[in-house]
Design a protein around this ligand. Structure first.
Ligand code: FE2
Length: 369
């Protein structure tokens, strides 16, 4: 690892020439440990949708670089806490829901919705014990559109300063983020490094080869499918094919007619993706995490505007699932190549895979900071 850090400028120069990061960055457990500290604990991490936090007492839970967090709506708005009891460090809240108090299910230490410890059974017989000394610890929480993020770095810049401009790009698709309703949330596991998976997400060079259904719906030609790197997010914008609207394409795909004409796929540094497909207003998000160097885990949420036809919704979810399965086969196989370690360095096409290059540069800068 220290060796690699010294080579930061060399790696960045290599990336400009299209040379990818060494295979060891995708297979070394120490690299993953460092990523948790230097990337996931210093960036905005997705927790859940604001629509689960409408009423006082509503709460959601998640993890920021492996740290359990809870976000709760109290009298002063949304507040985030490290979701760990000050007593024996059991997680205080589980999943999501509505609560009047936050009570640990291990020894019933009880916190109010502002995180103050209000009761600790038997503590009245302890010398020098004051409940005032043990509030839940705070964590930074902010919202972007309908999503709540948390950041373990108290000095981090605002969420809006990272991703604010993305909201205007999403609006250009015709989608109203405020209208969306959560349809489903599913957890997943995968057999590849989290970066292997996101670098696959960040290019559509493989689409004509590996995604026949997707490529029948979306025009994936290099001249019409646009990839744009911004500082902290990357955007891919494509358009629905006329043949898909007319239902005359050779490969069967979902019905893409509707008010949304664009396909948009965004990665928000480091591990949150937003997908919009042409058709009835729809959006899905994915949250990607390392699970050791060679496997990943995460969850996906599917949203639709109100009044979506159930059969159509299922058709679109099937379409997305099919693309995901095709991608899993690709990234599983890339990971096998990386585990072998030979060749150590790959070669990107700088005009088709520039979002991958941009992403790897952010990884290098974060890891060598
Ligand atoms: Fe793909």
């Amino acid at each position: 690892m220290p060796q690699v850090v010294n080579k930061a400028s060399e790696l960045l120069a290599g990336l400009d020439r299209g040379e990818s990061l060494p295979a060891s960055w995708y297979t070394d457990p120490e690299m993953t440990n460092q990523e948790i500290v230097k990337i996931f604990r210093r960036s905005w991490q997705y927790v859940g949708p604001t629509q689960r936090l409408k009423n006082i007492g509503d709460f959601i839970t998640g993890y920021v670089g492996g740290i359990p967090v809870v976000v709760v709506r109290n009298d002063s708005g949304l507040q985030g806490f490290i979701n760990v009891c000050r007593h024996r460090r059991h997680e205080v809240m589980k999943d999501c829901g509505n609560a009047k108090i936050m009570q640990c299910r291990y020894h019933a230490w009880t916190y109010d919705l502002c995180g103050e410890l209000k009761a600790a059974p038997r503590s009245d017989r302890e010398p020098d014990f004051s409940v005032a000394d043990y509030p839940l610890l705070p964590i930074k929480v902010e919202t972007l559109g309908p999503w709540v993020f948390a950041n373990a770095d108290q000095n981090s810049k605002s969420l809006d300063s990272y991703f604010g401009p993305l909201l205007d790009i999403i609006a250009e698709s015709g989608l109203d983020l405020d209208s969306l309703e959560l349809w489903s949330r599913d957890e997943w596991d995968a057999r590849a490094n989290w970066k292997t998976m996101l670098e696959n997400y960040l290019e559509c060079y493989h689409c004509p080869v590996a995604h026949p259904g997707f490529s029948a719906a979306i025009d994936v030609d290099q001249d019409s499918y646009k990839l744009t790197p911004y500082e902290w997010f990357s955007s891919q914008i494509g358009y629905v094919r006329q043949s898909a609207l007319e239902g005359s394409q050779k490969v069967k795909t979902y019905d893409a007619t509707g008010s949304i004409k664009q396909a948009q796929y965004h990665l928000l540094w480091p591990n949150f993706t937003i997908n919009i497909n042409p058709g009835f207003p729809n959006l899905s998000v994915d949250f990607w995490l390392p699970n050791g160097p060679n496997t990943a885990k995460g969850f996906s949420e599917q949203y639709f505007a109100p009044g979506v036809d159930k059969k159509w919704a299922e058709e679109l979810i099937h379409f997305n699932t099919q693309v995901g399965l095709e991608d899993d086969l690709l990234t599983n196989s890339v990971q096998m190549g990386l585990i072998g370690g030979i060749p150590s360095v790959g070669r990107f096409l700088t005009n088709s895979e520039h979002l991958c290059i941009h992403f790897q540069k952010l990884v290098v800068k974060a890891m060598c900071d």
